[in-house]
Ligand binder design. Structure first.
Ligand code: ADP
Ligand code: MG
Length: 214
């Protein structure tokens, strides 16, 4: 039987992701202070707190409407590049889910691919540029492959989470091509990209939440 994961479950996930992000203030702020301007944690935390504030209302919406509203809240609630990028990602996801009301592993693969496409398009970016995309791209393609191979939901989600972690880690030695790290003399080499780390937090918590339903 496939996983049952609807709007309410997704908002519970958002709450848990918000909690994890809130706990990582010092680490993420420090990473962005080294490679960027130090506001990435404050930006993303603000966005997730907005989602938590609207949790009740968002939980009651059909999936597509919920994703659209999340995208709008992120766009308006987060300063900096990540607001626009996450906003675009969620709005693409809203279109991709259509009238479906359940996120099984196959639907999650569709959602992650749509988010990836939305963010890359908006950011004029792709993998290998030392951004949040490196985490998402690795996760989305691994999950797609796992779904195509027909492995169990448990294995697919575990593989997705591990790929996200590898994607995050791959940013350490990359030279930045996008984002503020590009303007640093060393192009951020030797440091993880903060956006790649916070993207990993989200995918890690999402995989945990869905694994609990397996
Ligand atoms: P800002 O860079 O405007 O201060 P944030 O600090 O909130 O915004 O977010 C920075 C993160 O956004 C980076 O660590 C990187 O992962 C991501 N990022 C920046 N520019 C792009 C882009 N063009 N495409 C994809 N991701 C990007
Ligand atoms: Mg910043």
């Amino acid at each position: 039987m496939s996983i049952s994961f609807g709007s309410q479950d997704y908002m519970n996930y958002c709450q848990r992701a918000a909690d994890l992000i809130a706990q990582q203030k010092d680490y993420i702020t420090e990473l962005d202070a080294v490679t960027g301007d130090g506001d990435h944690w404050a930006n993303l935390n603000m966005g997730f707190q907005k989602l938590v504030e609207n949790k009740e209302e968002l939980s009651k919406l059909p999936l597509s409407e919920m994703f659209k509203k999340i995208g709008m809240l992120m766009m308006s609630g987060i300063g900096g590049s990540s607001g626009v990028l996450y906003g675009s990602g969620y709005i693409s996801a809203a279109k991709a889910v259509g009238d479906q009301q359940n996120i099984d592993v196959k639907m999650l693969s569709t959602i992650l691919m749509a988010m990836l496409e939305g963010i890359c398009k908006r950011g004029n970016s792709g993998p290998g540029m030392k951004t949040m995309i490196d985490t998402l791209d690795a996760a989305a393609y691994e999950l797609k492959a796992a779904v195509e191979e027909g492995v169990s939901d448990k294995e697919a989600l575990t593989r997705m989470e591990k790929a996200a972690e590898r994607g995050m880690e791959s940013t350490k030695e990359m030279e930045a091509v996008r984002g503020r790290a590009y303007y640093q003399a060393d192009k951020g080499v030797g440091h993880l990209d903060p956006g790649a780390v916070t993207m990993y937090y989200q995918l890690k918590v999402l995989s945990e939440c869905m694994l609990e339903k397996c």
